[in-house]
Design a protein around this ligand. Sequence first.
Ligand SMILES: [Zn+2]
Length: 68
Amino acid sequence: MTERPDYFEEFEATELFCPKCRRATPARKHLLIVLPTGNKYDYRCSVCATSVGSKTDDDTSAFSILKP
Ligand SMILES: [Zn+2]
């Protein structure tokens, strides 16, 4: 057995389960929006482009660059 974290928040997955393909597929990470609290990313199936998840990190450096 392999140990895998159950929680998704800090799990940098390259493969995610796609409900449309009904299997784990390589996921592509897209930057959705830059928030004061961090950046929000969308993960999409690289096969059918269905959104398979999202993630928000706590990196505020991008937002501080945008601020005047
Ligand atoms: Zn898919």
